[in-house]
Design a protein around this ligand. Structure first.
Ligand code: MF3
Ligand code: CO
Length: 278
């Protein structure tokens, strides 16, 4: 859907450090949004909070005006998968909302998404979100120099499929992760599934946004007449989790996680610079 710049941008450690600042703006903004989600709050309220938060850090929202996109965040509720536009919709108990946020610091981008329960959701909805977040972290753990791009897609896909009932989930294929740096969307595309054949070699200095979208039912999606909102065709719910990760010589550094990935990677036995620096 979006044009990517056709060269893979390799970042210096100093440039990754600036991307970390953008990532922390996104992380802190998503944290504020997660806390603000409650029954009765509109998605436009969330958009206003995000705008204020990003501004308070002296950063710039990356979504606003992107290909004409009219808001600072995307809010995708229930059967909406991605790119939902904030508006008058009032969140209700039992809804589940995915919130996607991007910010720019000194020309460098961060991009991340979370799925949040509104009040109490069904065990199946909570599980859908958990499975999707888990798949994201399986992919992040494979953001390793010396590996290939397909290691990431395979890890995301197997993580979903290896869950109880994993065969029944739909993994969206029309929207994929992406390289990120001086633009939000750059080469390479980062699929959430295995792609047969030769794959791109991963090297230190790459930065990738990994963003699985998982559906409770069929992976088939369509775009609404607003030309942005992507929904499941079967009406089943979807979850979306995303992080921006840098490939360093010490392992993956999750730039949009408050702790850089330290806790998750320690639990999974994955070496990461986040264990010694935040
Ligand atoms: N963050 C989204 C993506 O995941 C992009 C949103 S594009 C926008 O890559 F125009 F909706 F902002
Ligand atoms: Co993205």
């Amino acid at each position: 859907m979006f044009r990517r710049k056709d060269r893979i941008e390799i970042k210096t450690p100093d440039q990754i450090a600036v991307m970390r600042r953008a990532g922390l703006v996104v992380a802190n903004t998503l944290e504020a949004l997660r806390e603000a989600v409650a029954p009765g709050v509109t998605t436009a309220d969330l958009d206003a909070i995000s705008r204020e938060s990003i501004r308070s850090f002296g950063a710039t929202p990356s979504f606003l005006g992107y290909h004409g996109y009219p808001a600072t965040i995307c809010t995708s509720v229930n059967a909406e998968v991605v790119h939902g536009i904030p508006g008058d919709y009032r969140l209700r108990e039992g809804d589940q909302v995915s919130i996607d946020c991007g910010a720019i610091v000194e020309g460098w981008h961060g991009d991340a998404a979370i799925t949040v329960a509104v009040g109490e959701v069904t065990p199946a909805d909570a599980e859908l979100s958990r499975v999707t977040e888990e798949a994201l972290w399986a992919g992040l753990a494979r953001a390793l120099a010396g590996g290939t791009l397909d290691d990431i897609g395979q890890a995301v896909e197997s993580s979903v499929r290896d869950q109880p009932g994993g065969a029944n989930y739909g993994i969206v294929e029309e929207y994929v992760g992406h390289g990120i740096g001086t633009s939000m969307h750059m080469e390479p595309n980062v699929p959430n599934y295995h792609v047969p054949g030769k794959s791109l070699a991963l090297v230190v200095g790459m930065a990738l946004a990994i963003e699985p979208m998982v559906c409770a039912g069929s992976r088939a999606v369509r775009t609404l007449d607003d030309e942005w909102t992507v929904v499941t065709i079967d009406g089943g719910r979807a979850a979306h989790w995303e992080h921006t990760v840098a490939l360093t010589n010490e392992g993956p550094w999750v730039l949009t996680a408050l702790d850089g990935g330290a806790a998750r990677f320690a639990a999974a036995g994955v070496a990461s610079p986040a264990s010694r620096r935040q």
